[in-house]
Design a binder for this molecule. Structure first.
Ligand SMILES: Cc1cc2nc3c(=O)[nH]c(=O)nc-3n(C[C@H](O)[C@H](O)[C@H](O)COP(=O)(O)OP(=O)(O)OC[C@H]3O[C@@H](n4cnc5c(N)ncnc54)[C@H](O)[C@@H]3O)c2cc1C
Length: 420
């Protein structure tokens, strides 16, 4: 496919969502800064930008030009928005991160009629990683988005229905089926489901934080912003692997990267290879015992006030790029009114972890105990980071996705036997 072209002023906040979606979806695009020479622009755009248009525009390879495109419109134009091909699936999977993608590949390859629902871009958290270096089989590492794109193609080859930019918002269980309401108003029905929805990014909790959302404040590693960090000072908040990877990646573009860490060391939260990398990269400075206290700017972020918790000193940093990589909480609101047991933080409780929880075993209708990845509703499974006590790694999410499918087969065989 020919490349798309994105147009806009470099700091237009509306561009972030588009760039992030394209980058995570491994769609190649050119970028034209419309604050430079306008003469090379298509005529319609030349006129718009010359008369003060500030928002982005996109030119598709077929020549169509759209002003102010939404992510939905871009996905639609790329042919990625499809309707469910069936009313009733064997298996519905929510979340197309490593856990959901792996489950989809295994399920469809083993003959289950499978639908995979993803509210944003394919790849989940892993898709935002600039380079995954510890996933087996890729000695040079692999960009998370590329790994996810390979899995997407594999899933499609096996016949998975992938519904992109749709969000499951409410689940109901009856007639041995899960009925899920999507934000779009559609409803999906399946005999079994796997929840692999994982986390909502955590916020700093500062009063004016929302004002700078995508206007200098970004949640997650934001790899698509790298080229706009050239020659600038960048702040990355967090001491985990996502923050370490982001700092290391941005260091290749930025003048200086400051890693803002609440604690006094990195060893407990960061993999050893990343500790070595961030502590030896000359333009990364680690600020220990420091938290973000204030954000400032008119329309976009211009400065960040950091405070050292040990000596109380406060310092303002001039920056228009603050990346917040401090984890998050599980996205399981869809299960709120169901019999699915969640822990106080919202993680889905499965298998042996259900024993001793309030409401269990009263809610459990079967003679057998729940399978290892099964929630407190028979046939409803959880895999990956969303599951209580899971290991937060790509490999374990992939493994749990595959394992959940084996348990789905067992559950469906039970249903078939009972109705025979
Ligand atoms: C920047 C970064 C770098 C990382 N690097 C590494 C690494 O190098 N090695 C490693 O092993 N691990 C790494 N990790 C951790 C790893 O990415 C996660 O453990 C893994 O992605 C978890 O997979 P998952 O499928 O459970 O969830 P996720 O990857 O979070 O995917 C969940 C998906 O569900 C979707 N979703 C949420 N709610 C809904 C809904 N209601 N309906 C539909 N879809 C929904 C989300 O949009 C998301 O795409 C990294 C994480 C980050 C953030």
């Amino acid at each position: 496919m020919n490349k798309l072209t994105l147009f806009g002023p470099p700091d237009a906040p509306e561009l972030y969502e588009l760039r992030d979606f394209l980058q995570r979806s491994v769609v190649q695009y050119d970028w034209v800064d419309v604050t430079d020479d306008l003469s090379a622009l298509p005529a319609s755009l030349r006129q718009a930008y010359a008369t003060g248009h500030r928002a982005p525009a996109i030119a598709f390879p077929d020549g169509q030009v759209v002003l102010n495109p939404t992510v939905q419109e871009v996905a639609q134009h790329l042919g990625w928005i499809s309707k469910p091909s069936s009313q009733d699936y064997d298996l519905s999977i929510y979340g197309a991160g490593p856990a959901g993608l792996s489950a989809a590949v295994y399920a469809a390859s083993e003959g289950l009629r499978t639908v995979l629902i993803e509210r944003e871009a394919i790849g989940g958290q892993a898709g935002t990683s600039s380079l995954i270096e510890n996933y087996m089989g890729f000695p040079e590492g692999i960009a998370g988005a590329e790994l996810a794109e390979r899995a997407r193609q594999q899933a499609l080859r096996f016949g998975v229905d992938i519904l992109l930019l749709r969000e499951g918002i409410k689940g109901t269980f009856y007639n041995n089926r899960i009925h899920v309401d999507l934000a779009s108003g559609d409803q999906l029905v399946a005999r079994a489901n796997i929840c692999a929805t994982c986390v909502e990014y955590a916020k700093l909790g500062l009063p004016n934080e929302a004002q700078f959302f995508n206007k200098g404040v970004y949640y997650g590693a934001g790899a698509s912003e790298a080229m706009f960090c050239r020659g600038r000072d960048v702040l990355v908040v967090g001491g985990g692997n996502s923050a370490g990877q982001a700092a290391s990646y941005f260091a290749g573009f930025a003048r200086k990267v400051y890693m803002v860490i609440r604690k006094g060391n990195l060893a407990a939260t960061l993999s050893d290879y990343l500790v070595k990398r961030v502590t030896t990269t000359p333009n990364i400075e680690i600020l220990y015992h420091v938290t973000v206290q204030e954000l400032a700017g008119d329309h976009v972020l211009e400065g960040v006030k950091l405070v050292n918790s040990q000596d109380g000193t406060a310092t303002w940093y001039d920056t228009s790029k603050l990346f917040i990589c401090i984890g998050g909480k599980p996205n399981t609101e869809w299960a709120r009114d169901t019999a699915i047991i969640r822990d106080p933080n919202g993680y889905l409780v499965t298998g042996p972890d259900l024993v001793g929880r309030a409401g269990f075993p009263e809610c459990w209708p079967l003679a057998r105990p729940p399978y290892h990845l099964e929630t407190s509703v028979p046939g409803s499974f959880a895999a990956g980071d969303v599951r209580l006590n899971s290991v937060k790694r790509v490999a374990s999410a992939v493994g749990e996705g595959a394992m959940a499918v084996t348990l789905v087969h067992k559950y469906l065989a039970e249903l078939d036997k009972a109705s025979a």
